[in-house]
Design a protein around this ligand. Structure first.
Ligand SMILES: [Zn+2]
Ligand SMILES: [Zn+2]
Length: 96
C-alpha cells in the first residue's frame, strides 16, 4: 500500500492525500508538481527513476488507511541529480 507521504520532499509543501499535484517515484519518494516538473525534470533525485502523478486515495478510505505523517525533506544535490538525469535519458523508454 502506498505510504502517501504528507509533503514534498524538496520544498516541504503539504501534499494531502487528495492532492492532484503530488508526484511519486516507484519507491514513493514524493514531490509537488512544481518541483517535479520545473526542478527535477520528472526524475527522482534519490533513485533516478521517473516521477508520475500519485493516485488519489478516496476520502472514505482514509480513516481506515491513513496517510503517513512522517515528513522527509532533503535539499537537492544538483550534481548527483544531473548524473541521474543523464542516465535516465540514456535508458530507452521501453525499459523505464
Ligand atoms: Zn515541492
Ligand atoms: Zn525515488
Amino acid at each position: 500500500m502506498l505510504e502517501l507521504r504528507p509533503c514534498c520532499e524538496l520544498c516541504g509543501r503539504d501534499l494531502p492525500a487528495a492532492a492532484g499535484e503530488a508526484r511519486i517515484c516507484s519507491f514513493e519518494c514524493t514531490f509537488c508538481a512544481d518541483c517535479a516538473e520545473r526542478v527535477l525534470s520528472n526524475v527522482c533525485p534519490n533513485c533516478g527513476g521517473g516521477l508520475w502523478p500519485r493516485p488519489v486515495r478516496p476520502r472514505a478510505k482514509l480513516e481506515q488507511y491513513p496517510p503517513s505523517r512522517q515528513r522527509k525533506v532533503k535539499p537537492l544535490d544538483p550534481d548527483q541529480h544531473a548524473a541521474l538525469l543523464a542516465r535516465y535519458r540514456d535508458v530507452p523508454p521501453a525499459e523505464r
